[in-house]
Design a protein around this ligand. Structure first.
Ligand code: ZN
Length: 686
C-alpha cells in the first residue's frame, strides 16, 4: 500500500491535529477499515477542568468514522485512573464501560471505543489499529502461524483470537511487555496494531506491515489462479441484469418474512469473479473473516445453487427452498451456541450469492444494505488473498455466535432511533417533481419510506431526490425519468427500481394533465392526451406495480390521486372528468382483483390544490376563472368559499391522506375513495 503521509500537510500541526490527519489517512483506505472500523489514539499532557496538568489518552470515540473524524470525536481519559486496570484479572464489558466513563476528562465527551484499554495498555505515544484485509488474509489461513513468522520474523507479536474487551487488551499489553522489540501486534481473525513515538512513526509502521502482508499474498498468487471460472455462468450485462431484476421481488419477499428488508443488487467484477468460480460454493460457507464482518453479514451468506443457462422462473422456484434451508441452519447454529441469554435474531441472510448473477445484500434501509454489501466485498478480498497464501480459515462457530449475540452490540441496537410508520418500505410516486406528487414524496420520506420519484421533468425529480437524501440519508430517494404514457419508459423505471431496492410496497399514481374546453369545441388531440395520461398512464404504471407486488408476495398499497371531478364533474372539463373517472374505475377493479393477495387499492379525491402545481397552468386558471365568472386572482378564494370548511386545500393535506392509505393504519380499507376537498357536497362519495 502507498504511504500517503505528506510532510507539507503535516507541517505546523499540533499533536491533536496530527492525530486527526493520521486517522483520516487510515480511514480513507477502504482496504484498512470500512464503515466505522479501526481506531487511533495518542497519549499526551492535557489540562483538566481546573487547569491542572494531567497525563491523558485521547482515543477515537465509539460510533465515529476515521475517514471524516474531527477533534470532537476523540474523548480523553485520565491515564492515572485507567492504567491500574492492567492489574485486574477480569472485567465484564459493562464494568469496563462504566469504569471508563468515570475516567473521562470531559464527562460529556463521546463514549470511548471498546478497544480503549488495548490502546491504553500499549506504552507508546501514538497507536494505530486497523482491520486491514491483507493482514486478516494472513491470519485467516490454516497455515497462519508459519506464514506470519515468515513475513514478520520477531518484528510482530501474534495474539490469538479473543473478542475485543478487557481480556484481549490485557493479553496484548502483557505480550508487548514481554517482547519490547516488536513494532506491532497482529490479532488473529481481527487486524493490526502499530505504534510509535510520533503519529508519523505509528502510521509508517502500519503501512510497512500491511505492505509486507500484501506482498506475501500477491507474490504467492502470481501465476496462480485462485478462483477458477465455472463453465456457462458468465452472462452479458443486460441479460444478467434482466434476470436479476426478474428475480429480485421474489427474493425480497423471502428474506422479509421476519422483518421487511431493503435489497441492494451488486454485480461488481470482484463479486462476479467469486460467484462464478468453482470454489465459491465451498469458500463462501467457511465463515466470517472478522468480528466486524460478522456483525454486518452474519456468520454466512446464502449460497443459491444455480447452473447455466440462467432462467429467472427456474431460479425463483429453487429460491424458497434455499432460503428455508438457510433459516433452518441458522436456527440450528443459534440453538447449538446460545446460553438462553438472548432470543434468536432475524434468521434470514444479509448477503445472498447467486452464480451468474452476483450478490444481493439486505438491510433495514438502503444504507444498511450498502454497508453489508461493502463488507462482503472485503470478505471476498480476504478469502482471495488467503487462498493465495494457503487455505482460508475463519472464526469458529462459537466465536461467531459470541460476536453476533455480543450483549454490547445488542444494546447498541436498542439505542437506534425508533422506526417510523413507513420505515423499510419502498414507494414509487409518479408526477413527483411538483405539486401534490412532491408533497407526497417529501411526506412518505419523512415517514421513513424509500421513495422513487419519477417525472417527465427529470431535473425537478433529481433536485427533489437530492433534497430528500440530504435530509434522510443515503439512497432514501432515487430520481427516474418516467413518462407514464410510454410503456418502455415505465418498464425501464421498474427495472431500475427492482435493482436499486429489490421491490415495491407503495405506488402513488399521481401524474395527470387537465385539458380544458367544452366538448363541442374539444379537439381529438386534447381528448386523447387526457386519456393517455389520466387513464392509460395509470394503467401502465399500476400493471407493473401489481405484477411486481404479486411476485414479491408481501401485499402492498396502491393510492391513486383522483379528483373531486370524479363524483362531481364540471363544465368545460369533459376530457379531464371522463379520463379521471376511468382512473377511478381502474383503481376499483385493481382492488377487486388483488384483495386476496393483500394488495389494497384506494383513491384520494383532492380539489383545487394550486400550490406549486403543474396541473394548474395559467391557461387552466384563466379558463376556470371564466367558467366560474371570477378573476384569476380570485380563483383560489372562489374555490375556498365554495367548500363547507371554507379552507384552502394544500399538497400536504393530500399527502396526509396518502400516508394514511399507504400505511398500516388503513390495513382494512380497500376500494375506497377519500375526499380531500374541504367538503364539497356534490362530491360526497356515494
Ligand atoms: Zn478492531
Amino acid at each position: 500500500m502507498a504511504n500517503l503521509w505528506s510532510e507539507a500537510e503535516a507541517a505546523g500541526k499540533d499533536e491533536m491535529a496530527l492525530l486527526v490527519y493520521q486517522s483520516r489517512l487510515i480511514g480513507a483506505d477502504a482496504s484498512l477499515v470500512v464503515w466505522g472500523g479501526g481506531n487511533t489514539s495518542i497519549k499526551r499532557q492535557v489540562k483538566d477542568f481546573r487547569g491542572r496538568e494531567a497525563a491523558a489518552m485521547t482515543v477515537k470515540g465509539s460510533g465515529s468514522d476515521l475517514k471524516t473524524i474531527q477533534p470532537k470525536d476523540f474523548p480523553s481519559l485520565r491515564l492515572e485512573d485507567v492504567l491500574p486496570l492492567m492489574e485486574r484479572d477480569s472485567m465484564s464489558d459493562d464494568e469496563m464501560i462504566a469504569y471508563l466513563a468515570q475516567c473521562l476528562l470531559d464527562p460529556k465527551a463521546p463514549r470511548p471505543s471498546i478497544e480503549t484499554l488495548l490502546h491504553a495498555f500499549l506504552p507508546y505515544h501514538s497507536v494505530v489499529h486497523s482491520h486491514a484485509d491483507a493482514i486478516v488474509a494472513l491470519t485467516n489461513t490454516k497455515e497462519s502461524d508459519a506464514v506470519l513468522r515468515e513475513v514478520y520474523g520477531n518484528r510482530a507479536a501474534v495474539v490469538e483470537y479473543l473478542r475485543p474487551g478487557f481480556a484481549l487488551s490485557k493479553l496484548v499489553g502483557q505480550r508487548v511487555r514481554e517482547n519490547p522489540e516488536v513494532d506491532g501486534v497482529v490479532l488473529v481473525n481481527h487486524g493490526l496494531f502499530t505504534w510509535g513515538d510520533s503519529a508519523k512513526e505509528a502510521y509508517d509502521r502500519h503501512v510497512d506491515m500491511v505492505s509486507r502482508a500484501e506482498e506475501r499474498s500477491t507474490h504467492r498468487a502470481r501465476g496462480r489462479r485462485v478462483f477458477t471460472p465455472a463453465p456457462g455462468l458468465a452472462l452479458e450485462k443486460p441479460e444478467r441484469r434482466r434476470v436479476a431484476a426478474a428475480l429480485a421481488p421474489a427474493l425480497r419477499g423471502l428474506v422479509s418474512r421476519g422483518q421487511v428488508m431493503t435489497l441492494r443488487y451488486d454485480d461488481g467484477p470482484d463479486v462476479l469473479e467469486f460467484v462464478n468460480s468453482g470454489e465459491a460454493a465451498a469458500l463462501s460457507q467457511v465463515g466470517p473473516a472478522t468480528p466486524d464482518h460478522t456483525l454486518q453479514t452474519k456468520i454466512k451468506p446464502l449460497w443459491v445453487e444455480a447452473a447455466g443457462p440462467l432462467d429467472a422462473s427456474r431460479l425463483a422456484q429453487g429460491l424458497k427452498a434455499a432460503v428455508d434451508r438457510y433459516v433452518s441452519e441458522y436456527s440450528a447454529w443459534y440453538r447449538a451456541n446460545t446460553d438462553g441469554g438472548h432470543p434468536m435474531l432475524d434468521p434470514h441472510p444479509r448477503v445472498v450469492l447467486i452464480p451468474g448473477l452476483g450478490m444481493w445484500s439486505t438491510g433495514k434501509d438502503a444504507r444498511a444494505a450498502l454497508i453489508a454489501g461493502d463488507v462482503y466485498h472485503h470478505t471476498i478480498s480476504v478469502i482471495k488473498a488467503a487462498e493465495a497464501v494457503g487455505s482460508y480459515a475463519s472464526l469458529s462457530d462459537k466465536d461467531a455466535y459470541d460476536v453476533e449475540y455480543w450483549p454490547m452490540e445488542l444494546y447498541k441496537l436498542t439505542l437506534a432511533p425508533p422506526e417510523r410508520e413507513l420505515s423499510r418500505r419502498v414507494a414509487l410516486i409518479t408526477g413527483a417533481a411538483h405539486g401534490i406528487g412532491r408533497a407526497v414524496s417529501l411526506r412518505l420520506a419523512a415517514e421513513g419510506a424509500h421513495v422513487v420519484v419519477t417525472d417527465v421533468d427529470l431535473d425537478g425529480a433529481s433536485a427533489l431526490a437530492q433534497q430528500i437524501n440530504d435530509a434522510h440519508g443515503y439512497a432514501r430517494a432515487k430520481a427516474l425519468r418516467m413518462d407514464v404514457t410510454n410503456p418502455e419508459e415505465v418498464a425501464a423505471a421498474f427495472h431500475s427500481l427492482r435493482l436499486a431496492y429489490g421491490g415495491l410496497d407503495i405506488l402513488v399514481s399521481n401524474a395527470g394533465v387537465a385539458p380544458v374546453g367544452a366538448i363541442h369545441e374539444l379537439s381529438l388531440a386534447s381528448w386523447q392526451r387526457a386519456m393517455d395520461v389520466n387513464a392509460t398512464g395509470h394503467f401502465l404504471v399500476a400493471r407493473e406495480a401489481v405484477k411486481l407486488m404479486r411476485e414479491q408476495g408481501m401485499g402492498g398499497s396502491l393510492v391513486f390521486v383522483g379528483t373531486k371531478n370524479v363524483p362531481a364533474p364540471g363544465r368545460d372539463f369533459g376530457a379531464y372528468s371522463a379520463s379521471k373517472a376511468a382512473e377511478a374505475q381502474l383503481a376499483r377493479v385493481l382492488a377487486i382483483e388483488n384483495g386476496e393477495r393483500g394488495i389494497r387499492v384506494n383513491v384520494v379525491n383532492p380539489d383545487a390544490v394550486f400550490q406549486d402545481s403543474n396541473l394548474w397552468s395559467t391557461e387552466l386558471k384563466e379558463q376556470r376563472a371564466r367558467a366560474h365568472g371570477v378573476s384569476v386572482e380570485g380563483l383560489e378564494d372562489f374555490y375556498r368559499q365554495r367548500n363547507l370548511l371554507k379552507e384552502r386545500v394544500t399538497g400536504e393535506d393530500v399527502a396526509e391522506a396518502v400516508v394514511f392509505l399507504a400505511g398500516p393504519r388503513s390495513s382494512k380499507t380497500t376500494g375506497a375513495m377519500l375526499p380531500v376537498d374541504a367538503g364539497v357536497t356534490d362530491a360526497f362519495p356515494r
